[in-house]
Design a protein around this ligand. Structure first.
Ligand SMILES: C[S@@+](CC[C@H](N)C(=O)[O-])C[C@H]1O[C@@H](n2cnc3c(N)ncnc32)[C@H](O)[C@@H]1O
Length: 269
């Protein structure tokens, strides 16, 4: 496929986005949802706990795709304070909240790319770590986006993905938030949360509709893993998370070293 054909397919992915979640509207309440949703914190812990296994250089380059309000870069910066961070997200309001957060924490060097991933370009082999949490489902066509990510990753790099691939059951989430809030914060805080999270509910309902319309990618764990393999990644870890609504994958690139046990036998001389 020529570069211009690939570009037009990626542009198509952007135009499909219009009917999805309005991130500008969601932005003001996104961190309220994040603060009180225990499974959101579990996702961050999954990344934090895996990080030591990957030997990311202390001054490595790390990119967060669909970085939203910046909670993952904040978490990573506590472990790798000298890394170089790139925040990619098209949504101005989400980015403004992240910018403010980084400023307050003295994270002044974070590079912002306020654009659709479909339009963003980085040099090949740039990143030691790329993460993309609960955003790939909205980045269509996913296979073309994953191929870009593949190019941007250093041969020794890692890709950490969590992706929301199941139909949203609004009642199930409502009960979960209600029970968690009452248990961990009491009835008064719970009531305050529900009064202040009208936009969270509205936007999640909108997202759920867009899933039905085929605008957001729905996948099983196997489909998720197969898509990553098709895009050229080695899938080192693949499992469910986020109350089984999400798939988590850790990926690396196939090795070019013929001495490595992972080198494909069919390519051995
Ligand atoms: C559910 S939020 C996740 C934010 C963050 N990763 C987290 O887990 O807190 C999804 C984010 O992806 C961004 N996003 C969706 N589609 C995108 C695209 N095509 N290019 C860049 N960002 C995108 C949205 O603007 C939003 O901020």
């Amino acid at each position: 496929m020529s570069a211009s054909q690939e570009d037009s397919i990626l542009d198509l992915g952007i135009s499909e986005k219009v009917a999805g979640i309005d991130w500008d509207a969601y932005a003001t309440q996104y961190d309220l949802m994040a603060k009180f949703n225990p499974s959101y914190h579990e996702n961050i812990s999954l990344l934090r706990n895996s990080l030591p296994d990957w030997n990311i250089p202390s001054e490595g380059a790390i990119c967060d795709l669909g970085a939203g309000t910046g909670n993952y870069i904040v978490a990573l910066s506590k472990i790798l304070p000298d890394a170089e961070y790139y925040h990619v997200d098209f949504d101005e309001a989400m980015n403004e909240i992240a910018r403010d957060k980084y400023r307050k924490l003295g994270l002044d060097g974070v590079h912002f790319l306020e654009d659709y991933i479909q339009r963003v370009e980085f040099p090949d082999d740039k990143f030691d770590l790329i993460i993309c949490v609960n955003a790939l489902y909205a980045m269509s066509p996913q296979i073309a986006v994953l191929k870009k990510i593949h190019r941007w990753l250093k041969p020794s790099g890692r890709l950490f993905l969590i992706d929301y691939g199941r139909r949203t059951r609004m009642m199930d989430w409502g009960w979960y938030m209600l029970k968690s809030l009452i248990r961990d914060h009491g009835i008064a805080e719970c009531a305050r949360f529900f009064l202040n999270s009208v936009e969270v509910v509205r936007q999640n309902r909108q997202g759920s509709k867009h899933q039905l319309d085929g605008g957001y990618w729905l996948h099983t764990t196997n489909e998720f893993g197969d898509t990553l393999t098709k895009a050229g990644f080695i899938v080192d870890d693949l499992r469910l998370c986020y109350r089984d609504y999400c798939d988590l994958a850790v990926c690396s690139l196939p090795t070019n070293d013929p001495q490595s046990p992972e080198f494909p036998p069919e390519l051995q001389e």
